[in-house]
Design a protein around this ligand. Structure first.
Ligand SMILES: [Zn+2]
Length: 155
C-alpha cells in the first residue's frame, strides 16, 4: 500500500525540489513506500532496456502505443528480415517450378503456406528468445537490488 506518493513521478525526476525532499523523507521512514519506489525504478529500468533493444513487436503492442512502430517501419523491417527474404526466395522457387511443370494451384498454395509458416515460426522463436533474455536481465538486476537493500538494512 502506498501513502499517496507518486513514486513514478519521483523516479522520473518530475517532482519539484520540496516535493522530492518530502517524498525522500517519507521513504526513509516507510518500508512500504521504499519497496514501491524500488519496484517502480525496476519497471522504468526494464522499459528503458526495452527501448534500447529492437523492441519485440508483441511487447510493444501490450505495453504502450508509443512503442508501436509505424506501419511503414514495420513493413521496412519485415522486408529486411532474412527470414522473410528466405521465404520469398522459397516461394519464388516454388512458383517458378510450378509454372514450368504441371501447375496444380492447391499444391503450390500449400507449399507457399508451408514456407511462410516456417519463416514466421523462426521469427516468433527469435522474439521469444529476445524476450527471455530481457526478462532474465531484469531478474538479475532485481536480485542485485534486493541484495543491496538487504545489506543496507543490516548495517
Ligand atoms: Zn509510505
Amino acid at each position: 500500500m502506498s501513502c499517496q506518493y507518486d513514486w513514478k513521478s519521483y523516479a522520473l525526476g518530475e517532482m519539484d525540489r520540496s516535493a522530492r525532499r518530502e517524498a525522500e523523507a517519507h521513504a526513509n521512514a516507510c518500508p512500504a513506500c521504499r519497496e514501491e519506489l524500488a519496484s517502480t525504478r525496476l519497471t522504468l529500468d526494464a522499459l528503458s532496456t526495452l527501448r534500447e533493444e529492437e523492441i519485440p513487436r508483441r511487447i510493444a503492442f501490450v505495453s504502450d502505443q508509443i512503442f508501436e512502430p509505424r506501419w511503414y517501419q514495420r513493413a521496412f523491417r519485415s522486408l529486411w528480415s532474412p527470414n522473410f527474404a528466405a521465404a520469398c526466395v522459397v516461394a519464388g522457387a516454388i512458383l517458378f517450378h510450378a509454372f514450368r511443370g504441371t501447375p496444380d494451384q492447391a499444391v503450390v498454395n500449400a507449399q507457399i503456406d508451408a514456407a511462410v509458416s516456417k519463416a514466421v515460426a523462426v521469427e516468433d522463436a527469435r522474439y521469444a528468445e529476445q524476450f527471455e533474455r530481457l526478462a532474465s536481465q531484469v531478474n538479475a538486476r532485481s536480485e542485485v537490488f534486493t541484495r543491496t537493500v538487504n545489506r543496507e538494512v543490516r548495517q
